[in-house]
Design a protein around this ligand. Sequence first.
Ligand SMILES: CC(C)(COP(=O)(O)OP(=O)(O)OC[C@H]1O[C@@H](n2cnc3c(N)ncnc32)[C@H](O)[C@@H]1OP(=O)(O)O)[C@@H](O)C(=O)NCCC(=O)NCCS
Length: 162
Amino acid sequence: MQIVALSDEFRKETERFAAESWGGLRVAAHRELYCLRELPCYIALSDKREILGYSYYRFSTDECEIMAIESVRQNIGVGTALIKAVTELAVSENCRRLYLQTTNDNTHALRFYQRRGFTICAVRLNELEHLRKLKPAIPLTGIDGIALAHEIELEMLLAKPI
Ligand SMILES: CC(C)(COP(=O)(O)OP(=O)(O)OC[C@H]1O[C@@H](n2cnc3c(N)ncnc32)[C@H](O)[C@@H]1OP(=O)(O)O)[C@@H](O)C(=O)NCCC(=O)NCCS
């Protein structure tokens, strides 16, 4: 497997995977909509050059935020490799922290991130009510039938503030 920056060769297929998983290419965060098409992205490629996963991210001041991450084939190390690539990039860009948002139903992702060095740093109760106003396609019920209600932010501090 290799991690590479998303190029035109793989853009359409990556966007198809992302659109299927996130109900389109617009993701809601910070009470704003972000179009994944406009963001940089790393993809994981198999030795046969099949897409195994992707991670869209964005920089703001001295922070890097993962806006969407998904493994097309789970439990073979793709998510870990994508996190590592974005972390290394954020460090090289002198970011103070790497962070992301997930939702209260995504217990698998909460486990995954915390096992990889992320810490919960904010819980925004009932934030999904606000995000649904921006993106009505966000369902009321999430993974395992859990009511999709709260946004959970996790961060990894990368450098000590001066
Ligand atoms: C969360 C997510 C990105 C994790 O990606 P992943 O590719 O499955 O992650 P990895 O394969 O690196 O790690 C998952 C597990 O597989 C195990 N694993 C990795 N390589 C393995 C291998 N070769 N053989 C056996 N197990 C392996 C890891 O040890 C890990 O388990 P652990 O946390 O107990 O250590 C993925 O589950 C996903 O796409 N979820 C749906 C989308 C989503 O929820 N995204 C996050 C929204 S905020």
